[in-house]
Design a binder for this molecule. Structure first.
Ligand SMILES: [Zn+2]
Length: 345
């Protein structure tokens, strides 16, 4: 029984290759937010091909932001060519199911959000047209989940089925209350977030949210929050390991997971945390950190200086108190082929 987790240094983005028993491969996201780092994504793809021979049991796309999918959508010819990559299954959040009326409603009312994805790229991911026609799973779907050929337990705790959780953010609720249009319910009773509420807007720099948003629409549009809250939350248990992969899930969907699933009682099993949203202030709520027991290895795929104070110091310190925090932008290869092997058992 062996497991290796390889974290590629793709700048502000995610790309993780999980290899079970030296032969079954699962790729979790592949993308970067920064144009100048596209060469890193290309290098990662080359290495993934070399490591896997082109066979991936599962490709997970946590959500449809470019820093998680551009390695796929900008290289469709590789992913559609069975001589290059052969993908068993593609796992997506339920909100991206093109045949589920509830998902279609989310897609229609919320759209693809800023920093999102072109419609044709979304279709290539959502329908079986992309990835050479690989089978899609839209999760959670109420059925058992497994990685073909691996004796692992896989649970999916998000995104929540109730889309109203996507907007259950302290920031959003506070502002909606101030604007007189919010429900004002709920999340105030939860543990607060780590850092003050701010956002970064093009040309305006880092500003308190109150300064830049006034209406409900503004709130919902800020920083693509809703797309982040449409992230998969996966827990893979394999031998001694519990690997928690929450994409970029922010406060709203964490509340959803805690309120509507039994995730809390499983968090004691987590030994590896893919830190959400590159270490931002609103993706690792206190209620999550408090429920983790450690010893924990936190994987922080990030690039300093791209998005305000990100990763946030307090998040790093609190996770550091549970074990080690490993950053993709520190100590990795400095050349275009940079990656780090994090767990080898
Ligand atoms: Zn991201």
């Amino acid at each position: 029984m062996s497991l290796r987790i390889r974290m590629y240094d793709v700048g502000f983005g995610d790309c993780f290759l999980l290899t079970f028993d030296k032969k079954v491969h699962v790729l979790v996201d592949c993308g970067t937010f920064v144009k100048q780092k596209r060469d890193r994504v290309d290098a990662a793809l080359k290495n993934i091909k070399k490591e896997t021979g082109g066979d991936l049991a599962v490709v997970v796309i946590s959500h449809l932001h470019s820093d998680h999918h551009c390695g796929f959508t900008e290289n469709k010819e590789l992913w559609d060519d069975p001589k290059h990559f052969r993908v068993g299954e593609v796992w997506l959040p339920w909100t991206e199911n093109p045949r589920d009326p509830a998902a279609l409603q989310v897609q229609e009312t919320i759209g693809l959000s800023v920093f999102g994805i072109r419609e044709q790229d979304a279709d290539w991911i959502r329908y079986e047209t992309g990835f050479g026609g690989a089978k899609r799973r839209y999760l959670p779907d109420g059925n058992g989940l497994s990685i073909p050929g691996v004796n692992a337990r896989v649970d999916c705790f998000g995104p929540p089925k109730d889309p109203s959780f996507f907007r259950r953010e302290q920031a959003a609720e506070r502002l909606l209350r101030a604007a007189g249009s919010g429900s004002g319910s709920g999340s105030g009773s939860k543990e607060p977030l780590f850092a003050p509420v701010h956002c970064r807007l093009p040309g305006k720099g880092r500003r308190p949210l109150e300064d830049v948003v006034a209406t409900e629409e503004d709130v919902l549009g800020v920083a693509g929050k809703l797309m982040n809250n449409r992230s998969l939350i996966l827990l893979i248990r394999y031998g001694e390991h519990g690997i928690l992969l929450p994409g970029d899930t922010e406060q709203g969907s964490w509340i959803g997971a805690f309120d509507t699933t039994d995730i809390e009682r499983h968090l004691g099993d987590v030994t590896v945390l893919k830190v959400g949203h590159h270490g931002s202030w609103n993706a690792t709520p206190r209620m999550l950190v408090n429920a983790l027991k450690g010893p924990l290895t936190s994987l922080l795929s990030t690039q300093a200086g791209i998005s305000g104070e990100n990763p946030v110091k307090e998040v790093r310190e609190r996770l550091g108190g549970l074990g080690r925090v490993i950053r993709s932008d520190e100590g990795g290869g400095k050349d275009a082929g940079g990656w780090r092997d994090l767990i080898q058992v």
